[in-house]
Design a protein around this ligand. Sequence first.
Ligand SMILES: NC(=O)c1ccc[n+]([C@@H]2O[C@H](COP(=O)([O-])OP(=O)(O)OC[C@H]3O[C@@H](n4cnc5c(N)ncnc54)[C@H](O)[C@@H]3O)[C@@H](O)[C@H]2O)c1
Ligand SMILES: N[C@H](CO)Cc1c[nH]c[nH+]1
Ligand SMILES: [Zn+2]
Length: 422
Amino acid sequence: MKITRITDKKVSLRRTIDTGTEQQRKDVQDIIATVRNDGDKALFAYTKKFDQVSLSSLLVTDEEFTEAYRELDKELVDIIREAAANIRSFHEKQKRESWFSYDDDGTMLGQKMTPLDAVGVYVPGGTAAYPSSVLMNVIPAQVAGVKRIVITSPPNGKGTLPAGVLVAAKELGVAEIYKVGGAQAIAALAYGTETIASVDKIMGPGNIYVALAKREVFGIVDIDMIAGPSEIVVLSDETARANEIAADLLSQAEHDKNSSSILVTTSMDQAEKVKAEVEKQVALLPREEIAKASVEAYGHIYVTDDLETAIAVVNELAPEHLEVITENPLACLPGIKHAGAIFLGRYSSEPIGDYFAGPNHVLPTNGTARFSSPLNVDDFMKKSSIIQYSKQSFEKNFAKVAKLARLEGLEAHARAVEERLK
Ligand SMILES: NC(=O)c1ccc[n+]([C@@H]2O[C@H](COP(=O)([O-])OP(=O)(O)OC[C@H]3O[C@@H](n4cnc5c(N)ncnc54)[C@H](O)[C@@H]3O)[C@@H](O)[C@H]2O)c1
Ligand SMILES: N[C@H](CO)Cc1c[nH]c[nH+]1
Ligand SMILES: [Zn+2]
C-alpha cells in the first residue's frame, strides 16, 4: 500500500467503468432479441450453453426450498431473521405517505405515492450470490408495498440455487424465483416469456453481460444504479488501532480485485503500522489473491496535517463506505458531505452494515455519493401530482395561464382554459 503525505485534497477514487467490448454488446443484443422471439425456449437453451445445466423447470420448486432449509445451519436461519427484522425496521422509517394541501379558494394540490406493481431482483451467480443482497433488495420493495417481487439467478452445477439465497428469499415470503441468469434473465424480466411475466423495474448487480443487458432494456423498464466494485475509506486519528483499520480495509478488498480500500489519517506512525498490518493480514485470507490484487491496485494511505484536511479529502473521494475512527467521531459528522454510508466509531466496523444493522448495503460507488443515495424505499415507489382547482381558483387564475400559453405560442393551451368561460 502506498503512503502519501498530502496537504491539499486533490484525490480521487474514480475508476473506469467496464462498458464492455463491441462484441459483448452485440452478444447481449442478440440474446435479448432471441428471448423476445423464442421466450422460454431461449432461456432453457442459454442456460444450457452458459451455465452448463439442462433444466426441466425455471421456477424453483418446493423441494428445493425444503432442501435449502435442510442444508443451512438452524442458527443461521435465526440470524437471517434477525437481520431481516433490523433491515425492515430501518426501511419502514423511510416510507413516505401521500399528502394533500387545501387553500381557502378551494384549490387542492397533492402528491400521491404509489408502489411499483412488479420488480425483479437479479442475484448474481457464483461466489457473489449473497443472501444479504436478497434481504437488502427485497425488504425495501416490500416496505414500499410492491405486490410482485421476482428473483432470478443463474443455476449452479446441480441445477439449483445456493441454500442461503433460497432461505433468505423464503424467509421474506418471495416464492417466485427463477433459475436463469445473465442477459437472458434481464430480457425475460423486461419483455416477459411464457413462464416469466415482465416487471417494471430490475434491481441488482451482475457481470458485464448483466450490466449491458440492463442498459439495453432501460426505458422499457426502469433499472437501479449500476453498482461498481466495493469501496471503503477509513478516516482516523492517532487514537485508532492499526490492526482494526487494516482488517476493515481488507473486508472490502476481498470482494473484488477492483475494490478500493483507502485510509486517510492524521498520523504517519499509524499509516506505517496499518501498511504492515495489511500485508500481514492479507496473507491469512482465503481470498488472498483477490484482496492482494485490490490493495495493490487501489489501496492507498493518505496522511494529512490535521483532521480538517482529512475530512476534505474524504469529501473529495465521496466513498461508498466511510468509517470514522477518531477520538470524537460524531464531531466529524457535520463536515462530512459525501459518503454512501458513514460508520461512526471503533465498534461500527463496515460488515455490521453489510449484514445486520439495518441500513441498505446497496450504496453509490465511484464518487457518485456526491449526488446519489443508498437504495431506499423511494426507489420502489413513484409519485403522481394531484391538481384540483375550484371554480373560484380557476376564475382567479385562468387569464394568467392563457397569457403564459400565448408567450409560448401555444394557442390551443390558452383556448382550453378560456373555453370554460363560454
Ligand atoms: N457491485 C456489487 O454490489 C456486486 C455485488 C455482487 C456481485 N457483483 C458482480 O457480480 C458478478 C458476478 O458474476 P458471475 O459471472 O459470477 O455471475 P452473474 O450472475 O453476473 O453472470 C452469470 C451469467 O453470465 C452469463 N454469461 C457468462 N458468460 C457469457 C458469455 N460469454 N456470453 C454471454 N453471457 C455470458 C451467463 O448467462 C451466466 O448465467 C461479478 O462481476 C461481481 O463483481 C457486484
Ligand atoms: N459490501 C458490499 C457492498 O459494497 C455488500 C456485501 C454483501 N455481502 C457482503 N458485503
Ligand atoms: Zn461487503
